[in-house]
Design a protein around this ligand. Structure first.
Ligand SMILES: [Zn+2]
Ligand SMILES: [Zn+2]
Length: 139
């Protein structure tokens, strides 16, 4: 008797205008906040909220993202060329694709609660910082 195939929870996401749509399957890996200067400038906010999924668990279902190389050859980030929503990031050293959690339609999953924050030395003084419960390599 064969074991039933693993059923992975699917989540949908999109940019604000809806041109770019995607789904992710299965639990998020290493949800974290990032206070780095790139996240602050690109995100238009003091901090960005990231989580990773393996490439084969992300399906781009509509649209075409615009990629911007933040560190040429090492890191790039994707946004909607129409509405500007930040959607994803790829780090050459990181097997997962980073997804801006705020691009998901449902951000309530326990697996999305940040377990760490990167570049906390760059955090603004007037927002509380979350406790690091895990450490990872991604920024
Ligand atoms: Zn858009
Ligand atoms: Zn960052």
């Amino acid at each position: 008797m064969n074991a039933p195939a693993e059923v992975l929870e699917e989540r949908t996401g999109s940019c604000l205008c809806g041109r770019n749509r995607f789904t992710v399957r299965g639990p998020a890996d290493f949800p974290h906040l990032c206070w780095c200067g790139h996240c602050q400038r690109l995100g238009g906010a003091p901090v960005m909220w990231w989580a990773g999924w393996p490439k084969d668990r992300i399906t781009w279902t509509a649209g075409e993202l615009t990629w911007y190389e933040t560190f040429p050859g090492e890191a790039k980030r994707a946004f909607c060329g129409n509405c500007g929503t930040r959607v994803a990031a790829i780090d050459a050293s990181e097997p997962n694709i980073g997804i801006n959690v705020t691009a998901l339609h449902d951000t309530t999953g326990q697996d999305l609660v940040p377990v760490a924050q990167s570049f906390r030395e760059n955090a603004v003084s007037w927002l509380p910082v979350v406790t690091d419960t895990r450490h990872g390599s991604v920024g």
